[in-house]
Design a protein around this ligand. Sequence first.
Ligand code: ADP
Ligand code: ZN
Length: 602
Amino acid sequence: MDQNKSKDSKKDKIKKIASLIVLIALLVAIIVVGVVYVNKTNEEDEKELPYTELIKEISNKNVEAVEMTVGSTTVKVKLKGMQEGEEKITIVPNTQVFMELIQQQALEGNEINVNQKPRSILTVIPSYIMSLLPTLIMVALFIMLFKMQGLGDKGEVYDETERKIKTTFDDVAGLDEEKEELIEIVDFLKKPEKFIEMGAKIPKGVLLYGKPGTGKTLIAKAIAGEAGVPFISMSGSEFIEMFAGLGASRVRKLFEKARKMAPCIVFIDEIDAIGARRTGSSGAESENNQTLNQLLVEMDGFSTEETIIVLAATNRPEMLDKALLRPGRFDRQVTIPTPDLKGREAILRIHAKDKKLAENVTLKGIAEDTSGFTGAELANILNEAAITATRNKHEVIEQLDLDEAVKKVTVGLEKHSRVISDKDKKLTAYHEAGHAIVSQYLPTQTDVKEVSIIPRGLAGGYTMYKNDEDKYYISKTEMEEKLIALLGGRAAEKLALDDISTGASNDIEVATQVARNMVTVYGMSDEIGPISLKNDNGELDYQMFGEEIEDKIGREVNKLINTAYMDAQTILREHMDKLHEIATALLEKEKINEEEFKKFFA
Ligand code: ADP
Ligand code: ZN
């Protein structure tokens, strides 16, 4: 995800939370005021005179006057000897009975001045409001909620429309072929007449497929920047809302705005959130359907002359409703891959531009160590390196800071503070030494770069391997040896300590996954052969060819894992001396680098 964008959506979240807090504060205030008000009228401090007391005072001929209000049970009482303006207040249970009592007293010679007041607005309104209060609060709540949903607030729904997009293709590193493909869109946005005159059909929608952080948003923005047109963006997940029909209305508004701003780019991130294949009719799904249908209607509705190009991004193309891919909709698809070695170096270079790097720093080395990393992760490494350099009080970012940043991003932060028992340390030392030694003896496995028993992230220790090249294909032998290396940790625990631990759980998980893929996806098992068990949705379905195949899969996966585990033990048994040596060295130094590791095998 775009970092700026995620900052923006964070801001949105903060805004939402802030308005929620304001709302809650308001409610609390209203309730407090209400309670205080009710208490006040009930008590009126020391002015209150209990009804029984009032009756006593009346029979004692101690009451000079009472003032009553029509429709109110509150009676103001003036006792004899009270000063002008002084009064007591009594709540009378039944005004009718009270009046009769006073008349009775008058007949008996106890004359009390009765002052009848018409119903006053001031006394009526508060109680009226009090009874309406719950309704008022509910109404206020609903209005706030609707506002938060973005019904009225355009600023929340659209971003980057008013600002001019400064991003260009120069800001997008690697992806040369993809840029080549998309430059056509730029031309069209710049000079639509030329194409229309020629009778050319211009695509309305382009789907960008790729993992998060590969630069889909970036490239969409760059297209807008290159063409000098507005960029209207929205995330698919924002369309899915609490209230039914809201998603569809948001889509309508989005395109209303786009029409006004055309020529322009409409960017829909995470389109799978609305464009998921239509199934069933449960609540959430039918809401999605409405939203998706609206999107289809809008896309079919505008003509190519309107020059709106919809770019949408997803990392789950298999999830999309096929209707989205029909001609006149997203009929173009561009895959945005994770960058290769050259691409990674180029991306690092772009993001290093605004950072102070030491002269001897080699970005190429970092690119070599980060195979499989996305652009966002690479950008993050440089940012982390800058933070590390600052923390280390370096003048500029040094190689050390960069290496630390790579590790931070790959295995999490080193945790020196965690106290580890000696027993755990020993176990980790043998476990990691096991991984490292086993892979050292496997021809297809890359060299060990660092072995450590300092906990990082969730791992108690780690073994880092070198990444020399980007591979497009992985051979069966390589995968088998990968399994052996993965199980090297567990094998070492068993041989050296005669016990096994939960420390290998992640290794086992990964190994099982690799073995399963070998059998069910890559067709690498003898018994089953080259068959893929992926269904049309790209999901694994073991029962696709019946139970017999399912049984076979289990047996084949088992065989692969057990063979690898045996092989790992065989290698380690042959090199027990090295296992003890390296584990001991790890316990002593906690960390062994590439050179130090190689010395054990000299
Ligand atoms: P996506 O939309 O695919 O999830 P983004 O476009 O949001 O990815 O990328 C996130 C950030 O990663 C970008 O803002 C940029 O800083 C960086 N980035 C990703 N790919 C590239 C690239 N090819 N060149 C330069 N920077 C990139
Ligand atoms: Zn392990």
